[in-house]
Design a protein around this ligand. Sequence first.
Ligand SMILES: [Zn+2]
Ligand SMILES: [Zn+2]
Ligand SMILES: [Zn+2]
Length: 320
Amino acid sequence: MSKKDYKPSSISGAIEDLLLYIIDNNITEIVPKFSFQLGFYYSEAMRTSAKFKVSEEELLDRLVKESYATKELYDKYVRCPVCKSYRLLVQFKCPHCGSTNVNKVTLVSHVPCGYIGVLEEMKTSNEKRVCPKCEKELGKRDKDWIRIGSLYKCNECGELFEMPSVQFKCVNCGKIFDYKDAEYENIYKYKINLEKIRKLTKQIVIRTIINVLKEDGITVEVNPTLQGLSGLKHTASLLAKCDGREILIDILSEDEIDDIMSIYGKIIDLGHPDHLILVPSDTAQSLTVDETVLKIVKYNKVSDVAQLVREKIISKKEKT
Ligand SMILES: [Zn+2]
Ligand SMILES: [Zn+2]
Ligand SMILES: [Zn+2]
């Protein structure tokens, strides 16, 4: 058997690969994942993207364009305006002098004397905090003193403020920026129209087979009509022509398996020497047909079908 790998390069080949993967794995949604190396990425699209050397974005946009998926907002994140990286460090800044040397402090009120001030700045005596106004011990929380809230204090200019300014530092390129220069990017997820894709499974499988066989220089006719011994005309899924041989291919999906008897009749009437019948593995078990008449090829995944067909045809080709 030929060991030549199937390496197509077209976007349509990539889309078909992704669609078959979606069917085989019952994918209903493609959501982004995040890593510091890659940023946001879509693992389902990534394997096809690497295999066919097309970008994930191009693949997913194509899914949307052909109504196989809808694009929805997943979330929004800040990224570097220079290098577009999401690897950012976040810093707080004093809104008055711009220093990043700020501390979070607790504002408290001493109930007996009414003093309001910063808890962390009170002096201690015998490890107990002392009120700077009445110079007595602060006492018990929620009885002698109450917490008013958190504030920030600038260690440079001494200013107290409720909300610090935020600045970002890009780990990747070192750029320091704030909300004015930040890029606030939309990150999308993709809802898969699995029902539509399922309905097209057979067409997708057929297109994949055509692409795979084309790589080996084998021409394929879709839905060929052939005349049987009885004079009746029959249609098959595909007719592959390879070195003067003709291989007839019928692909049965799960819901077509009930038709096996009519296929059986068709095969006998056609009497074609090379007639491959592709059947899903899990339904193939229930078949009670003469396998010496029916050349049944079982498949587990729709994504395997094209390679199975190729192997059957190539092995025949090499035997001759
Ligand atoms: Zn950057
Ligand atoms: Zn300051
Ligand atoms: Zn006091």
